[in-house]
Design a protein around this ligand. Structure first.
Ligand code: BG6
Length: 510
């Protein structure tokens, strides 16, 4: 909450409906020449400026190895924003950002470059009135975190008591490689910054449709009474991508689908779907409930049957032949990294006991789609003849996270006619139809929240730790096996289908 709001006696500081504008500040991006900065961060900055949500004194400082000057950085940033921004291009918006891009050239080992960055930030307090406020965004490989953190500590840049303003650090996922490395990294981050100033990004929490799960569950009367093991048969959480790994072999081959997506995005979706109602909607209150769920998650007894990983082989996507994972650039020929992971998890608490949560993610699947499907039990008794309900499935509530954002409810209805045939129909809500305003990109929301100091949508250290506790044994087991092969463009390994068939269930085909 910024002081300007608390100074307004007419405004309740918890009222987040009106635009909230951060105090003057700088955003320092490490790894600014990378894909994330070009495709997501810079465009999000433009979108925020376009929506009038940035302070007039706002400076972007890029730090990277390339020999660029401020002008080149600004040109590249402009191109990235023009190409990837969500909102329409307006020259006058960019002109307002013009002159607010600074580039610092250097490597992460280069003390002198970090001293220059420090000097620049100090100078900006004078020239642009940023009053020492700065957020440091780590858009860099996890292996580089320690050295950059050391530099920020060495120069005093991480210390808000020196700078006179706030200092925050934003760390991209995956946070660590396993539970132990995440704990080590935490110690390092907490040495440099105060824990409340550490923002761990999981961009799925910035998505409107994910935040809408809170609204759906806790602002309505009709869903919560049936949101438990009395009524729910199982839950399927799917994040499918049609793309391959692109040019990210360097990162991806050492991570794999479980560390890249399961450990963070999917477990966060599970936590929000399964958590109890928080006492309020403040960061701490939400995290308390998410953490309780993550801590109650159990792995299946039979990992061979219920924890499946796969790797894409050559195949076809949208009518075009595509290479297998092992043929992608810079992937080692013998790699056994998974590009698909599916697992059956349990949640040991009163609400969910006995309800499996099936999580799956994969690259080179038939389409890009993320959804959470709550599959209900059959009606306890049906007074119809068997053949009347032959094609009736289970009731489902599907939260369509992307790309066709919305919610679908699937239930049985009588087929018009003289008989009593009942079959599934869909009732759908679509963001595109219900609202005139298009949803902000996740990174717009999250960058803004960092600058405002609002941690509601950021997982904390304990959540990250609890998530690694779930992933580590899976990784350990998978380390002893080879991934199943699946053809690019298919829905993943057959063994993942068998995992559900074994209990008479099947994956949805979104
Ligand atoms: C990232 C993963 O976190 O999420 C990528 O590292 C993945 O591998 C991406 O492609 C997908 O994000 P979205 O928002 O397009 O679903």
């Amino acid at each position: 909450m910024s002081d300007s709001f608390s100074a307004n006696p007419l405004r309740d500081p918890r009222d987040k409906r009106l635009p909230r504008i951060p105090e003057p500040c700088a955003l320092v991006i490490f790894g600014v020449t990378g894909d994330l900065a070009r495709k997501k961060l810079i465009p999000a900055i433009y979108d925020l400026a376009n929506r009038g949500l940035l302070p007039a004194s706002f400076v972007v400082l890029g730090f990277a190895r390339r020999v660029w000057g401020d002008d080149t950085f600004e040109d590249v940033a402009r191109e990235a924003a023009m190409e990837h921004a969500r909102t329409p291009w307006r020259e006058e918006v960019w002109n307002r950002l013009n002159g607010h891009f600074k580039f610092i050239q250097g490597t992460f080992e280069d003390d002198e470059a970090f001293d220059r960055l420090n000097d620049e930030l100090n100078a900006l307090s004078e020239s642009h009135g940023i009053a020492g406020n700065a957020a440091f965004y780590f858009s860099i490989p996890p292996a580089a975190f320690p050295v950059v953190l050391n530099q920020l500590e060495r120069t005093g840049m991480a210390d808000n008591s020196h700078s006179g303003g706030w200092r925050r650090v934003v760390v991209e996922k995956p946070f660590g490689h396993d539970q132990e490395s995440a704990q080590d990294l935490n110690t390092l981050v907490d040495q440099a910054f105060t824990p409340q100033d550490v923002y761990r990004i999981d961009h799925y929490l910035g998505k409107e449709t994910v935040q809408n799960i809170f609204a759906l569950r806790f602002a309505n009367a009709m869903f919560e009474p049936i949101w438990n093991s009395n009524f729910v048969d199982h839950v399927q959480i799917t994040m499918a991508e049609d793309v391959g790994i692109g040019t990210r072999a360097g990162f991806y081959d050492s991570a794999g689908a479980a560390r890249d997506v399961l450990q963070n995005h999917l477990l966060q979706l599970l936590a929000i779907t399964a958590m109890e109602q928080p006492v309020g909607f403040e960061a701490e209150e939400i995290r308390t409930e998410k953490l309780k769920v993550l801590r109650a998650v159990t792995l299946p007894d039979d990992l061979d049957a219920d924890a499946i990983r796969g790797q894409y082989a050559p195949g076809w996507v949208e009518g075009k032949p595509v290479a297998g994972y092992l043929d992608e650039d810079n992937v080692p020929a013998e790699s056994s990294t998974e590009t698909y992971a599916a697992v059956k998890l349990g949640i040991q608490n009163r609400r969910w006991n006995g309800v499996p949560f099936y999580l799956r993610t994969g690259k080179r699947l038939p389409k890009r789609t993320t959804e959470i499907a709550v599959i209900f039990k059959e009606a306890p008794h049906m007074p119809f003849a068997d053949f009347d309900t032959q094609i009736l499935g289970h009731n489902q509530l599907v939260i369509r996270v992307q790309p066709d954002e919305g919610v679908t409810v699937k239930f049985g209805s009588k087929v018009p006619g003289t008989g009593m045939e009942i079959r599934d129909i869909n009732m759908s809500f679509s963001y595109g139809e219900a609202f005139t305003e298009s949803s902000p990109e996740a990174y717009e929301r999250l960058i803004l929240d960092v600058l405002l100091g609002d941690k509601t949508l950021f997982p904390d250290a304990a959540e990250v730790d609890a998530s690694w506790r779930i992933i580590d044994p899976l990784e350990e087991y998978w380390g002893t096996t080879k991934p199943e092969r699946y053809a690019a463009g298919s829905w993943g390994p057959e063994k993942a289908d068998l995992m559900l068939h074994a209990t008479g269930r099947r994956w949805r085909r979104p």
